[in-house]
Design a binder for this molecule. Sequence first.
Ligand code: DX5
Ligand code: ZN
Length: 221
Amino acid sequence: PNQPWIAPSILSADFARLGEEVKAVLDAGADTVHFDVMDNHYVPNLTIGPLVCEALRKYGITAPIDVHLMVKPVDRIVPDFAAAGASWISFHPEASEHVDRTIGLIREHGCHPGIVLNPATPLNALDYVLDKVDMVLLMSVNPGFGGQKFIPSALTKLKKVREMIAASGRDIRLQIDGGVKVDNIGEIAAAGADTFVAGSAIFGSKDYRKTIADMRSEIAK
Ligand code: DX5
Ligand code: ZN
């Protein structure tokens, strides 16, 4: 299995001081930065795009940037994010007309492709694509907002996807996103996740380093 990664979602960061906030969570022990892109069309909220990703790179952020696209259409923004310094790009299959093509496009542009399943999206969305992605992201809230409550059925789903990944024999990260806290991250890890997005739990805490360390010790239990 992969080393666990803690991926703070910058959706809950102080956007007026974004560069400092990203540096602070990385200095505090985060492995990557989760970059939530919302378009007020596929999801009911509007956030940040490639310009902000590029600005973080120019500010000196060298850690992997994990871009979570909640936009429709997907394809036309992929090259821009790759050029802006994205490392991983994940998208929702419902937002792409040609899922296989989008995966190929992300890889052609030098990024790791990921596929995102909403809480009610069935696992057969992974048929014919699991062998082509580097990450599966399971949403444990409906996409659009930070600070929502973890939907417990995501645990069952994690276990099933963990088995599918094992059967594939490929190195695929299994990411969970939404409502991840210090007090539930242990059972989420036990269900098979290796990549943990946490927005409000980290940026809403006083001491990022302590929160991330507490999360790691719960994962290791
Ligand atoms: C929701 C986003 C999440 C969100 C998680 O659409 O994809 O990444 O920021 O926030 P928390 O950890 O507060 O649930
Ligand atoms: Zn996200």
